[in-house]
Design a protein. Structure first.
Length: 202
């Protein structure tokens, strides 16, 4: 399947979900991509615990252009008053990671095509997700089924795949990164501080 046909298939698939928010999340330089993805997941899962329903779901696509590394994120399954939490979670992201922007999802302004503009079928394993809605993604070569808590990361062939350790969010630089142990210890400390800050803001 050529890239444009693949992109149209993904857009059509995403249009079948009831998204509520469109987010843009950037990172400061120096993180491995898997560490950036871990920070992303931690932030979204905390958002879900604060403002999500049992149908909470999300998908995040990395921005691979020349600007700073970022994720575009679609979020659905939020409670009616989820907007009360936006400012707190923007501030939480800004303190820990980079810059965050949260907008209400508008299906008719080209957001889906924009978030997929730099990703290709070869890089689909870099998409992060946790989906509640059961929807099939049909391609010319296969049918991939995604269900809640079943799929975290997908490949173009439809099976799970690890995120390569060597990808750095500021690719082409020589800045040092934490090893896994020190990164997790640091993140644990940040979690405690961020939870305290979020409670104070809310």
């Amino acid at each position: 399947m050529v890239r444009e046909e693949w992109k149209v298939s993904i857009i059509n698939w995403l249009e079948g979900f009831r998204w509520q928010l469109f987010c843009s999340l950037t990172f400061r330089p120096g993180l491995l991509e898997r560490h950036a993805a871990w920070r992303l997941r931690r932030w979204i899962e905390d958002f879900g615990r604060a403002a999500g329903t049992t149908a909470f779901e999300w998908i995040a696509v990395p921005g691979l252009g020349r600007s700073e590394f970022h994720f575009y994120v679609l979020i659905g399954g939020l409670e009616r008053h989820h907007s009360d939490y936006h400012a707190a979670f923007v501030g939480r992201w800004n303190r820990a990671n980079g810059d965050a922007r949260i907008d209400f999802y508008k299906p008719d302004i080209g957001g889906l095509r924009h978030m997929l503009r730099t990703i290709s079928p070869r890089e689909i394993d870099r998409i992060q997700m946790d989906l509640f809605t059961h929807r099939e993604l049909e391609t010319e070569s296969n049918i991939v089924v995604f269900t809640h808590a079943e799929t975290r990361r997908i490949s173009s062939l439809g099976f799970l795949g690890p995120l390569p350790d060597s990808r750095r969010v500021d690719s082409g630089t020589d800045s040092a990164s934490e090893n896994d142990t020190s990164f997790e210890k640091e993140a644990s400390h940040e979690d405690m501080q961020e939870n305290t800050d979020a409670k104070e803001e809310l």
